[in-house]
Design a protein around this ligand. Structure first.
Ligand code: ADP
Ligand code: GLC
Length: 479
């Protein structure tokens, strides 16, 4: 099949979270299954400055209508593997910035213009370059209007570019909502600014565009697909999603086992496998050394996360005395909310031998935390899929996770499943999290039982192979 993907992130070119890991690995796997992949991405500074971009070829200059203006953009093509082409849509005024979405404290003021323009530019580029495909698959709000613009452009020119459109929700909390006045940038007829269009509580919502107008809506785990139909997780869009529930499908993400492989991982001081875990001890030692923490025979708990409410940082902060009282170690790699950063800094300062923090984005360190910790923590309030709990299992580090979203689908509680348990699941409330922490201390003290859970973790198959087969079937059944 010919498949076009469009998203705002793709590993290794640009990443702020799991979206990048997923689009990168999914497209790589689809290409390895023989499909031809085109991928549209905004020309962010990080991409323009990457050594790979030197090989990109300018394909076409676009003039894209945005409200009363026509704004110029350039489309560069960069072959990234035998069957994958990256189309970088460049408009430096919009995308040549150090961060994709905003500064630490706030989103950029022109995100409405930037991403409405991007959605239009994707479709315009497909039209001018005659890029036709079986499937157009868009991810998250930044590309939410592309399925809608696609059909408008097809109608205008009386041609068919794509047979079916897919839209993936990676996180319903990010909706691309803008004031109603931004609607004019779409140049769509006014009836699209209504309830059965992209209007949403007197604003416009780009994610609603994807949900309403794509042929199939996907999300990144079966459990999250169920959860988002409820007010607790639907972020106000549960009603819209219910209208489309027949076309809503959840497939759990996989992980890229070429990049995340403890047997070969070049980011680690030592490699290891399920058969020989001795290298993991070296990783643990290195992790403690790098974060300035003292050795201990109690567990080392690791966290790698955007420091946001979603990731359950509040719950974590309520348990700080647990780690300290029990002589455990806590290593947190994360960046985000300045309030969380300040509070964590205070804990690290007052307990420098027990609490280690790295408040930065650091790909190498994220691998070391996965490998060097004894348990991985994800007390998320909600979690569409989550990747770190899969990385940690693959690295023999049992995760303690909230029983929500994709965490529910990918972790097996060892307290109720002695034979196949890989970690612990708890309700994201203080008492339940505490119980799991106490149980993890006990488990860690029982070397044989702990190693059994570790082995169960490492024997699970989280590779993309199964997920990609499911994507393939969905795509081919739809056309
Ligand atoms: P989300 O996309 O909601 O942030 P995921 O678990 O799906 O959550 O994916 C997060 C990704 O971002 C993982 O690859 C994780 O390792 C990475 N990550 C998060 N914070 C950092 C950080 N400070 N440094 C390096 N990688 C990070
Ligand atoms: C989002 C979600 C996360 C998911 C990722 C990739 O960022 O928050 O749970 O794993 O997308 O799909």
């Amino acid at each position: 099949m010919k498949i076009i993907h469009a998203a705002s992130e793709m590993f290794p070119f640009i990443k702020t979270g799991g979206l990048a890991d997923v689009t990168g690995a999914l497209c790589k796997s689809l290409a390895s299954f023989g499909h031809e992949i085109s991928f549209f991405i905004p020309g962010y500074r990080k991409i323009l400055e990457s050594p790979e971009f030197k090989k990109a070829k300018l394909k076409v200059v676009l003039q894209v209508e945005l409200g009363d203006d026509f704004l110029r953009g350039e489309v560069y093509a960069l072959p990234i593997s035998k069957r994958q082409t990256l189309y970088v849509i460049r408009r430096d005024e919009f995308f040549d910035r150090s961060n994709p979405y905003g500064t630490t404290n706030r989103d950029y003021d022109d995100n409405d213009r930037r991403y409405i323009w991007f959605c239009k530019a994707i479709v315009e580029a497909m039209h001018i370059l005659h890029i036709k495909a079986d499937i157009l698959h868009c991810h998250d709000w930044q590309t939410g209007l592309a399925p809608l613009f696609l059909r408008a452009v097809e109608q205008e020119h009386g041609e068919s570019l794509v047979l079916k459109t897919f839209f993936s929700i990676h996180n319903l909390a990010f909706q691309g909502s803008f004031p109603s006045s931004s609607f004019r940038f779409t140049n769509l007829p006014d009836d699209f600014n209504e309830v059965d269009g992209i209007e949403f509580y007197e604003q416009i919502s780009m994610i609603k565009g994807g949900i309403f107008f794509a042929d199939t809506i996907m999300t990144v785990s079966p459990n999250y697909a169920r959860e988002i139909l409820t007010p607790d997780f639907g972020c106000g869009l549960e009603g819209v999603l219910k209208v489309r529930r027949e076309d809503l499908i959840g497939i759990a993400n996989g992980i890229d086992v070429e990049i995340w492989n403890p047997e070969k991982d070049e980011h680690l001081p030592a490699n290891y496998s399920a058969k020989d875990l001795s290298g993991k001890q070296e990783c643990r030692k290195a992790l403690l050394e790098e974060t300035g923490l003292a050795e201990t025979d109690k567990p080392v708990y690791g966290v790698v996360a955007r420091l946001t409410e979603q990731k359950g940082i509040d719950l974590l902060l309520k348990q700080m005395s647990f780690f300290i009282k029990n002589d455990c170690r806590l290593v947190i790699l994360g960046k985000g909310d300045p309030n969380y950063e300040r509070t964590l800094k205070r804990w690290a300062k007052s307990h420098p031998d027990k609490v280690g923090i790295c408040l930065r984005l650091d790909e190498r360190m994220s691998h070391l935390v996965e490998a060097g910790s004894d348990f991985f923590l994800m007390p998320s309030v909600f979690e569409p899929c989550g990747l770190n709990q899969m990385y940690s299992q693959h690295y023999g580090t049992p995760p303690l996770v909230s029983d929500v979203g994709g965490l529910h689908d990918t972790v097996v509680d060892c307290r109720t499943n002695e034979e196949s348990g890989t970690g612990m699941l708890f309700d994201p409330v203080e008492a339940d999290f505490k119980k799991a922490l106490v149980a993890s201390l006990k488990l860690f003290a029982n070397k044989k039982a702990y190693e059994k859970v570790q082995t169960n973790c490492m024997n699970r198959d989280f590779s993309w192979t199964n997920a990609v087969k499911a994507y393939e079937t969905l795509y081919s059944d739809s056309i």
